[in-house]
Design a protein around this ligand. Structure first.
Ligand SMILES: C[S@@+](CC[C@H](N)C(=O)[O-])C[C@H]1O[C@@H](n2cnc3c(N)ncnc32)[C@H](O)[C@@H]1O
Length: 412
């Protein structure tokens, strides 16, 4: 296999962000960092490391592919202002839950209210696949509970939304252990067993337990001593073509992977129940990188063209082009408003058997655009929640698990 090395003098440093920052954040799912399993989310230690070494109180950071919102959550620990963007509307739901203090309302009280209000104002998602993914009897229970939650006071809603999202997935025909919406042998057994139990009682006792766990996690957040800072969230937005309203000091982000799963498609069950409609969800899906068509962009990297020339299949070249054109365009547009540093976190990916050095291609492009490439940290993946699928949905080829991830440090 031909390869080309970048001409850049790349300084690569091995690191374990987790070990370096374990004194600050005990584990990657500590407190609010573990309230929801968002695919491929940052471990908080990466963001903590960056803010610890490179930020000062009062600075502003931006994450344009914020996903779970980890950059915002860690910024609070460091007294740094932040802005979070993402195509997936779940960003607001998760982050707005994270930042709430534990509500004084008890899980038992919420549970009783839900029981009493049942059948009053049901909410049924307008989704043509609803009965493919749910048993009819479960839909009627979920509709009454979601109906109640949609009408709840927004100050209390956050304590029920995520527990209910999790339970909705559990009571669906899909395998809730897999990110992708998928009916497995195990999920068929789960449904059969559920139907043979007192599933209504089980549902409410599970909901009560989930609310209790969430409340404890939010309490645990306080041990990290977060402070009030200024922040902005733009969720459900296509980042292509978006620029920050004001300058920011630092960008920290992890763009979608070249061999990514479809975030919108794999969270659409949750989005329907949260009240988003079919057209909107469809529109979001069509904007997702690397599946969307991208504008042509001038990419200043010999490595980019070298690897492109080795791709023979048209559909793989399209994914390659879509991916780099979109990611480079987005980061370049934003970079003009970044005053100090850009930290870009990427994993190596393969097209067929060929390794694509995404980190080096991005570094080359930005160095040729006037940024200084200070170094690249290399971290071993321990248990980052990646997509588990045998085939990469983008290429239809066997999924290659990556072992290392790369954090590029670019300085203005
Ligand atoms: C690797 S994930 C980021 C995970 C994030 N660092 C975290 O801690 O959860 C990439 C994100 O890019 C988002 N994305 C994909 N296409 C997008 C687009 N066109 N505009 C905005 N966000 C997009 C996905 O929704 C996903 O959340």
């Amino acid at each position: 296999m031909e390869t080309l090395k970048t001409q850049l003098p790349i300084n690569k440093v091995n690191i374990s962000f987790r070990n370096e920052m374990s004194n600050k954040i005990p584990s990657s799912t500590y407190g609010g960092f573990g309230i929801y399993k968002y695919p491929a989310k940052f471990i908080p230690h990466i963001v903590a490391y960056v803010l610890d070494k490179y930020s000062k109180k009062g600075m502003t950071v931006l994450d344009p592919f914020a996903g779970y919102g980890t950059v915002g959550s860690v910024s609070r620990i460091y007294g740094v202002n932040y802005e979070l963007w993402d195509l997936n509307p779940l960003l607001s739901v998760i982050h707005n839950t994270y930042i709430k203090k534990s509500t004084p309302i008890t899980a038992r009280r919420i549970f009783e209210n839900i029981c009493h209000s049942r059948n009053e104002h049901n909410f049924v998602p307008q989704w043509d696949k609803l009965y493919y993914w749910f048993q009819e009897e479960f839909v009627s229970l979920l509709s009454s509970v979601w109906g109640y939650v949609h009408r709840m006071d927004s100050t209390k809603q956050h304590i029920v939304q995520i527990p209910l999202i999790k339970l909705t997935r559990y009571f669906s025909n899909s395998d809730e252990k897999v990110h992708k919406l998928y009916i497995s042998k195990n999920s068929k057994i789960k449904i059969r067993n559920l139907k043979n139990t007192n599933w209504k009682n089980l549902f409410f006792s599970m909901l009560e337990r989930e609310i209790f766990i969430l409340q404890n996690r939010l309490k645990e957040n306080q041990n990290l001593r977060p402070v009030e800072v200024k922040y902005k969230i733009k969720s459900g937005c296509d980042v292509l073509g978006l620029s920050p309203d004001n300058d920011v000091d630092i960008l920290i982000t992890s763009p979608p992977y070249l061999q990514a799963q479809e975030y919108i498609r794999s969270t659409k069950l949750e989005l329907f129940w949260l009240g988003f409609d079919n057209n909107y969800i469809k529109e979001l899906s069509q904007k997702e990188i690397p599946y969307r068509n991208s504008p042509d962009v001038s990419i200043s990297s010999d490595l980019f063209f070298f690897y492109r020339s080795l791709i023979n299949e048209k559909h793989l070249m399209k994914i390659y082009d879509n991916y780099f054109n979109s990611v480079i365009k987005i980061l370049s547009d934003i970079s003009v408003r970044v005053n100090k540093y850009m930290f870009i976190f990427v994993g190596p990916a393969k097209i067929r058997e060929m390794k694509i050095p995404i980190d080096e291609i991005i570094a080359e492009h930005f160095v040729n655009s006037g940024w200084k490439h200070r170094l690249t940290y290399i971290d071993k993946i321990v248990s980052r929640s990646l997509f588990k699928s045998k085939k990469n949905p983008a290429s239809g080829l066997k999924d290659e698990r990556m072992e290392h991830e790369y954090l590029l440090v670019l300085e203005r």
